[in-house]
Structure formats: structure tokens, C-alpha cells
Design a protein around this ligand. Sequence first.
Ligand code: ADE
Length: 257
Amino acid sequence: MRFHVLTLFPQAFQSPIEHGRLGRASSRELLSIQITDIRAYTHDRHSSADDYQFGGGSGMVLKPEPIFEAAEDVLSGYTEDLRSQIPIILLSPQGQVLNQEMARELANYPALVLICGHYAGVDERVRQNLAAREISIGDYVLTGGELAALVLMDVVARFAPGVVGSSDNVEGDSITSGLLQHPLYTRPAEYRGMEVPEILRSGHHGEIDLWRRRQALSRTLALRPDLLARADLSNSDLDYLQSLGYEPERDLAEDGG
Ligand code: ADE
């Protein structure tokens, strides 16, 4: 998996890449992250990457030329066949909101080109004619796309083989499985009078699996009932949820789904 990030702030990536799990994965050559400074593709003597808006208004807009040229340069390192398969993605609060399903889909591409927006936004021609997709990491506005690009790379990289210990971890993940995670405990078995549930120390793996499943179900019902509509639920899961008061139709209607 390769990531190419186009940004005005290359230094924003230094620490997360050098010190985080992303960095470890890239040093093991499981993925590569190439940071490209958009300013290197400006042509005036002030290296201006942004300019005033046509029509007036506060806030500067990222110019199209350096972004188009940086993206073309990055893609020129690929064969024509590969180039056509690599999506150019603009990080922006206007995009489709990133979720685990989208991350899994993005992990199938040989590479991703990520454009980090800044200031008031990017010239519309980048959105219309260069970026194939626009992705947001949530319904809030960041000061720039750098944190969003890091979040996206982190989430997508977890689906790349070898980045997370075993692929079981990713598939069994909270959310990937459609449910929130069951409670986790480690030693000591008792801390300040707070005990680890007996069942987890019983050694009965079948019962432990059932307990965990039910904890995940009840927690999801309590905290994120909207997830249940899309979760893969067995009849016994549904019986258990119904014993807790879950009514699929009513809960769906309440969520507006
Ligand atoms: N840039 C600014 N806000 C953003 C968001 N929520 N997601 C992605 N990119 C952004």
C-alpha cells in the first residue's frame, strides 16, 4: 500500500510517521508514505500556493496549478495502467464521511493520492477535474486536511496485510464486525475491590465467547443502537437483544432509518 500526500505542511507528518505504528509499518516496507510539498510546484518568486477569491470574500483559496502539477508528478512514477487505478482524494469537510467500510475498500487500491486542503478551501477545478473523490473524517472543520490525511492513512493501513498483528484483529475489530467491542480486562484480577468477571477466568472458552458476544450486543444496544441495523446478527443474537428490549422496527424508525 502506498500513500502519496500532497500538502503545504510536510512537517505535520514527521512525528506521526517517524514514531507511530504507521512509521513502523513503513520501515518494515509494508507500506510507504511519500510526502510532497505543494509549494515546490509554485512558479512565482513568493512561492504562492494560495490567492484571493474571485468574486470577493474572506479567506484565501488554494491555487489549482501547484496541486495539478504535484499530483501529475507523483503519478508519473507509475505505469499508465497503474496510474488509471490510483484514486486522487481530496480531504475536505464536504466529502463523504470516512468509516470502516470505506477504509477497507480504499485498502484495495495499489496507492492513494491524498490532497490536503487549507485556508478557505481549494479551487473548484481541483474538486471537479482532478480529485476523483472527496472524503471528510467527520462533521467538523479542521484547520487543514493534514490531520484528516493521517487519520485516513492510519485507518486504511490497518487493512494492509501485516500492519496489524494478525488480520483477525482487524476483522474482529469493534465496528468492522458491526458491533462495539466487548469489555477487556488484564491483570490484576482484583484492583481496589474491582474484580474481573469470574467467567473470564473460568477457562470455559465457549462460555467466554458467548459472554463476550452478549456484552458486545448489549453495549451496542445501549451506546450505538444505529449500528444494529447493519450488523450481522444471528437468531440467537436477536433473541438476546429482544430480551433486553430491542425492537428492530421501532428502534430503526427512531433512528430515522
Ligand atoms: N479539512 C477540514 N476539515 C476536514 C474534515 N472534517 N475532514 C477532512 N478534511 C478536512
